[in-house]
Design a binder for this molecule. Structure first.
Ligand code: ADP
Ligand code: MG
Length: 246
């Protein structure tokens, strides 16, 4: 039986909430992930537990291969742990059907990747509105909200431009707006500045930090840039599949 209650005897996992009554935006409890092809077992995550509180900005750092992307995929309910559990905004993902999992993902999480993954044939506005359309919001509600969030990332004037007409930094800002449009409890970002030059990366991180403060959205951001990571409220350091500090 997998550990379900983070406050019980195992005692290694953080409690579900550190603020009165408010569930953590994200709670990882005793996450283990390994791949076993019969001949070899590759341990990728070795008992990882932590929480991201509501409104908190957490940076996840560590060498290449330390398990950061795997951790983020599991937190984002895109991959399942071998054991352990993930709780998103107070709701455990353990044992949920695929459709309930994707509903929880759509309701409470946003994603930003190293590459923007915008759809080339849609304008910035329609790219940002897409998650709401997927949720079956009306087109006008979705576009109004998308316009608002493009304003938040400083791109109101570029709403009608296509990804091909935007710079790398602007595309990442559109990708951020798309992640925020549903008002998620937490945005998960995997190397969101990994494809940008130094100055643009810095500006992007400043934007992430400002949006975090203004919108109260929690962020878990994987980055291998220690200077950028210092801007977060807290740094989690991964080493060989373990959390060694944070
Ligand atoms: P990071 O993002 O920190 O670079 P990853 O989470 O991508 O690390 O990978 C961590 C380790 O897990 C690596 O050693 C990688 O080779 C291994 N790994 C990831 N996916 C698989 C897989 N499907 N099968 C076997 N090993 C994998
Ligand atoms: Mg990675």
């Amino acid at each position: 039986m997998t550990e379900l209650n983070p406050t019980s005897a195992a005692g290694t996992a953080p409690v579900a909430s550190t603020r009165a009554g408010a569930p953590a935006a994200l709670l990882a409890s005793n996450l283990v992930k390994y791949y076993d092809d019969g001949a070899n077992r590759i341990d990728v995550l070795r008992d990882v537990s932590f929480s991201v509180e509501q409104g908190e900005m957490v940076a996840i750092v560590g060498a290449s291969g330390s398990g950061k992307s795997t951790l983020l995929h599991i937190l984002g309910l895109l991959d399942v742990p071998t054991s352990g559990s993930v709780t998103v905004a107070g709701e455990s993902a353990e044992g949920l059907s695929e459709s309930k999992k994707s509903a929880l993902r759509n309701r409470s999480l946003g994603f930003v990747y190293q590459f923007h993954h915008l759809l080339a044939e849609f304008s910035a506005l329609d790219n940002v509105a897409m998650p709401l359309i997927v949720r079956r919001e009306s087109r006008s509600v979705a576009r109004d909200r998308a316009r608002e969030v493009l304003g938040l990332v400083g791109l109101a004037a570029r709403a009608d431009h296509y990804p091909g007409q935007l710079s790398g930094g602007e595309r990442q800002r559109v990708a951020l707006a798309r992640a925020l449009v549903t008002r998620p409890a937490c945005v998960l970002a995997d190397e969101p500045t990994g494809n940008l030059d130094r100055n643009t990366a810095q500006a992007m991180f400043e934007l992430l930090s400002r949006v975090n403060q203004e919108s109260g959205t929690a962020f878990a951001i994987v980055t291998h840039d220690p200077v950028l990571a210092q801007r977060a409220d807290r740094q989690l350091v991964m080493e060989g599949g373990r959390l060694v500090s944070g």
